[in-house]
Design a protein around this ligand. Structure first.
Ligand SMILES: *Cc1c(COP(=O)(O)O)cnc(C)c1O
Length: 399
């Protein structure tokens, strides 16, 4: 029975080491920014914070796009904001689906009456310029949607050449950057991306709750030329942008304290330096990979398109997915992710995102996995994973 005392006990979450597909560990300074006094959503102080958030997002997205802001909601709200603003009923979108998130984008588009054409690759694989070019030429869509970093599979999609074939067909390119932003370069202007969305809880290491988005002038022109109202009142950029930009007209109350947190998280990214941050993500990925390989564990994605921040690996034969993940959580406080869709029960997804991309996390995880696997009767040389990762750090990291 629930007693009165239980109902009123304070929030006391367990300490975890977050090494799953998101959320990632959050820096204490981001948490304390979030606990700052709440001000009004039109307070001059808050308006300045909004301007600075927009500025820092432009830097991180490598763009001069004026329409760059943080949508209220998680990464999926950013996805929905882009899709519903760019498409009207009957408009055609080609969605490149090689994992869960491409599939989600197609679902969102179909719900607003868009004509959805999906091209598919098996989980873990990526799209070639040729296959996208061929479909886009044939279908002549208004928008082409693709995922930069497929968190469900651990694969990175290269975008620059695909962007060229999309624009040759005069379509708009929409990119899911939820997992890539803050962990690897996302070059909106150089790659000619028309609309992109991200989320706070992956490589930005801020709690889930906001979705950075950016729209090119081509995308805003397409939005301005709409004949129908955007199907979502809440996510209608024509109103949201008036609050973030010029007139500051009230639309909905911004999640004030979430924006404080994002502001601090972005400061941490820029203080570290984007190049340093991306190298850190890559180095920890390499160390983890060296360690796992020494333990006989293989990646589920080919070498040349593995994500640094999301490592999808094959669960060894005879090892039970759920048992190992619950031991990691209960014995060591480590959260990793299981496989999704066709990868369920077959892969583990080990996140090294933002604050969670640390050598201490890599070494702890390898040591913990070593113990869980030995407990399950898996044949390995005890300590081999940690030794290989240490070897990588000792010989590669000089400072
Ligand atoms: C996490 C994720 C999303 C969805 O973000 P939520 O914060 O869960 O709403 C979308 N796309 C990708 C690639 C993601 O990794």
């Amino acid at each position: 029975m629930i007693t009165e005392h239980h109902l009123h006990s304070p929030i006391q979450p367990p300490r975890r080491t977050l090494m799953g597909p998101g959320p990632s560990d959050v820096s204490p300074s981001v948490l304390s920014a979030m606990a700052s006094p709440t001000v009004g959503h039109l307070d001059p102080y808050f308006l300045q914070i909004m301007d600075e958030v927009q500025d820092m997002l432009r830097t991180l997205f490598h763009t001069t796009n004026e329409l760059t802001l943080a949508v209220s909601g998680t990464g999926s709200a950013g996805m929905e904001a882009c899709v519903v603003n760019l498409l009207e009923p009957g408009d055609k979108i080609v969605v490149c689906t090689n994992g869960v998130f491409g599939g989600r984008m197609a679902d969102v588009a179909s719900r607003i009456g868009a004509e959805v054409v999906q091209i598919e690759r098996p989980f873990g694989e990526v799209f070639s310029v040729e296959e996208v070019g061929e479909v886009v030429k044939k279908e002549q869509p208004k928008v082409v949607g693709i995922v930069h970093a497929e968190t469900s599979t651990g694969a990175v999609q290269s975008l620059k050449e695909i962007s060229e074939v999309v624009h040759e067909a005069d379509a708009l390119l929409l990119v899911d950057c939820v997992t890539s932003l803050g962990g690897m370069p996302v070059k909106i202007d150089e790659w000619n991306i028309d609309a992109a969305y991200s989320g706070t809880q992956k490589c930005l290491s801020c709690p889930p709750g906001l979705a950075p988005v950016t729209f090119s002038s081509r995308a805003t022109a397409a939005m301005d030329a709409r004949k129908t109202k955007v199907s979502s009142w809440y996510l209608d950029m024509s109103m949201v942008r008036a609050y973030w930009g010029g007139s500051r007209a009230y639309h909905h109350t911004a999640p004030i304290n979430m924006n404080f947190a994002l502001h601090q998280a972005l400061r941490l990214v820029l203080d570290e330096g984007m190049e340093n941050r991306f190298s850190r993500h890559y180095a920890n990925h390499c160390a983890l990979k060296a360690g796992l390989q020494a333990m006989g564990i293989q990646f589920a994605v080919a070498d040349d398109h593995q994500l640094p921040m999301l490592n999808a690996v094959k669960i060894p034969d005879g090892i039970d997915d759920a048992t190992i993940r619950s031991q990691l959580l209960n014995w060591f406080g480590i959260e990793i992710g299981g496989g999704l869709g066709p990868m369920k029960g077959k892969t583990w997804r080990i996140g090294l995102m933002g604050e969670s991309s640390q050598s201490s996390h890599v070494l702890l995880f390898l040591a913990a996995l070593d113990q869980c696997l030995l407990h399950a009767g898996y044949q390995l040389t005890p300590g081999a994973g940690v030794a290989a990762a240490n070897d990588f750090y000792r010989t590669t990291i000089t400072d």
